[in-house]
Ligand binder design. Structure first.
Ligand code: MLT
Length: 410
């Protein structure tokens, strides 16, 4: 008899975005004529940059000839891409890595979800709240999250660090030791950021408490302000306490192409139960070479093209397009009388629901009365209750039309 991993039975029925997709689909069945504007899941709408498309076509041609054909690639990624990453994303900020510290993957979701494979099931976990649901759900699957308290919506072995308008969305440093802390900045879902000085407090906390920080920087390309760190390694000491996840999904429109990378510095160690220090880089390398066969050659060539002068220019145009959407939306929502956070260094707008309405009620009303899909804040954690997230990744005319509808509706 095969026994199931019963931790899976503790999870909510479906993943947040699948749940929303189901609700939207049933709305469509009952209201087939309504024109829905989707500003829910953070999926991009601009086509791939021309430089990436050209690189992909060329890579396809490489595969068509015996001399340039590639089969299995290195599980960690091709050197051509890893070198472009180190040279462009880190060296200009004075951060230096060797090739073996960077692991190319198929997007940040996989690695942020899988990183727990190399960490014991009984580590304590801390998350900022609200947060990207993958961090919590993957810890539930491994048994690390403990038990769910239905009333509070919290897992017993997870420490929640609320980020709300009351604390200006700045999580308070815990007053106790936590083994693993997830940070995502610029933040999904609130669109808010930490300054270098604030992030330094976390690195200092981690070094003092032997805490591992899992830092998700998937939205760093959207940062507009100077004092916002693009990488946790801009902070001294972070190489000893942090793993960083990056993604090309939002940077270059790769949500469908699938590519990102994870940095696991050689200096980073964690402990065995008997106190022996182990390099996490070695464990992650072992995990990846066993369970992952690398990102496709065509995809990695496309990612490499992001770092060419044309690629840089083209991705900037797309990012500017989305950030212009964010500005238009923020202004329109505020002029409709709503309180809005984020949208300055990130493509997400975090809206306070009017009249203290619940997140789901606001979501339903927005869908049924204005035909706009958002994401209920509470879906990202208990402190998201009373908020709703809109993405700025839509097409311009849809964003403008959505704002017009919200204004009329309110
Ligand atoms: C989101 O909407 O939060 C993201 O697009 C989901 C993801 O990146 O997997």
């Amino acid at each position: 008899m095969a026994l199931v991993n019963e931790n899976f039975l503790k999870l909510p029925g479906s993943y947040l975005f699948s749940d929303i997709a189901k609700k939207v689909n049933s709305f469509k069945v009952t209201h087939p004529k309504q024109d829905i504007i989707r500003l829910g899941i953070g999926d991009v709408t601009r086509p791939l940059p021309e430089a990436c498309l050209e690189a992909m076509h060329k890579a396809v041609n490489d595969l068509s000839k015996a001399e340039t054909f590639r089969g299995y690639g290195p599980e960690q990624g091709y050197d051509f891409l890893i070198e472009a990453i180190i040279k462009n994303d880190y060296a200009p900020r004075g951060i230096h890595f060797s090739n073996s510290e960077v692991f190319v993957n198929d997007g940040a979701k996989s690695d942020t979800g899988n990183i727990g494979d190399i960490l014991r099931h009984d580590n304590s976990v801390g998350v900022t709240d609200p947060i990207y649901p993958v961090y919590i759900d993957s810890n539930v699957m491994s048994g690390r999250a403990g038990e769910l308290d239905i009333e509070s919506g919290k897992w017993s072995n997870i420490t929640y660090m609320p980020c709300t308008s009351e604390n200006n969305f700045i999580p308070q440093i815990p007053d106790k030791r936590i083994d693993i802390v997830y940070l995502c900045y610029p933040n999904n879902p609130t669109g808010t950021t930490l300054t270098k000085a604030e992030l330094k407090k976390w690195v200092d906390y981690a070094l003092e408490n032997d805490t591992l920080i899992l830092f998700d920087a998937a939205y760093e390309a959207y940062i507009q302000e100077d004092d916002v760190p693009h990488s946790i390694y801009e902070i001294k000491g972070a190489r000893k306490c942090a793993i960083e996840f990056r993604s090309f999904s939002k940077t270059a429109g790769f949500t469908g192409v699938r590519c990102g990378y994870t940095v696991v510095p050689k200096e980073l160690t964690a402990s065995t139960i008997t106190g022996e220090r182990v390099e996490l880089n070695k464990l992650w390398n072992r995990r990846q070479s066993t369970k992952f066969n690398g990102t496709s050659y065509i995809t990695q060539r496309a990612a490499e093209a992001i770092y060419t002068p044309e690629g840089k220019k083209q991705i900037k145009e797309n990012i500017d397009y989305y950030m212009t959407n964010a500005g238009i939306m923020k202004e329109a929502l505020e002029s409709s009388g709503l309180t809005v956070y984020g949208g300055v260094n990130a493509p997400y707008l975090w809206i306070k629901t009017p009249n203290n309405m619940s997140s789901w009620k606001f979501f339903d009303q927005l869908l049924y009365e204005a035909n706009i899909v958002g994401t209920p804040g509470v879906g990202f954690g208990p402190s998201g209750e009373g908020y709703l997230r809109l993405t700025a990744f839509g097409e311009r005319e849809n964003c403008i039309e959505a704002m017009r509808r919200i204004k009329n509706w309110l």
